[in-house]
Ligand binder design. Structure first.
Ligand code: ZN
Length: 214
């Protein structure tokens, strides 16, 4: 009985792990994700941890690069009554409560239509948000966590979030989509964040010669 309880506790702990989010200045954010050829238990575990990390950060999407992995994997949850979304599979409107959180393996945008301008931020670029121009409606081709093909169309916040996340998977950040004047207005903040990230990376790469005190 106790062994069983311990096992359950260990598993629920694993599922609730919150990963560290990589920040602007970390080179992995500029890497193109590797295609996932097979959805292994490790990929499912990573997706579950990414969902927890996204919720912990109050995000609506998270890409693998944002947890330090250059892989074609992203998670989304756009259930926001103030910024509605529509998702269609085979032309049929989906109930977001049954399809979210959404995990996309190897997603690609196959078609875009129209234009929307709206406020956007990024968990890897804290304290910066700006109006970003995106397509209004996009068609997406991906696989789900069972490795099965998943094709859908979407509008609203989901269309915006999918474009933001697919950009991440290709090493592109939302600041690259800002108009020149907006990006210039954030130059100081971005430089500071980049420096902080790089000095943290340098510190964690240094060997620890000091004895561990327990
Ligand atoms: Zn982002």
């Amino acid at each position: 009985m106790q062994a069983l309880l311990a096992d359950v506790a260990a598993r629920s702990y694993t599922a609730l792990v919150v990963l560290e989010i990589t920040k602007y200045g970390h080179p992995v954010l500029r890497e193109k994700g590797k295609r996932i050829e097979r959805v292994t238990p490790e990929i499912r575990q990573l997706a579950a941890a990414m969902i927890e990390t996204m919720y912990a950060g109050n995000g609506v999407g998270l890409a693998a690069q944002q947890v330090g992995r250059a892989l074609m994997l992203t998670v989304l949850d756009v259930r926001d009554p103030e910024r509605p979304s529509q998702m269609f599979v085979g032309g049929a409107l989906q109930d977001l409560n049954t399809v979210m959180p959404l995990v996309l393996v190897n997603p690609a945008i196959t078609h875009t239509e129209g234009e929307q301008v709206g406020s956007e931020g990024c968990l890897s670029v804290p304290e910066i948000s700006a109006e970003i121009r995106r397509a209004a409606r996009v068609s997406v081709s991906a696989q789900n966590l069972d490795g099965k093909p998943l094709e859908f169309e979407c509008t609203g916040l989901l269309a915006r979030a999918v474009q933001h996340e697919v950009d991440h998977l290709n090493g592109i950040l939302f600041i690259d989509r800002m108009d020149a004047a907006t990006r210039a207005s954030f130059a100081g903040k971005l430089k500071k964040l980049q420096k902080e990230t790089q000095s943290q990376l340098a510190a964690s790469a240094k060997p620890h010669h000091e004895a561990v005190r327990l």
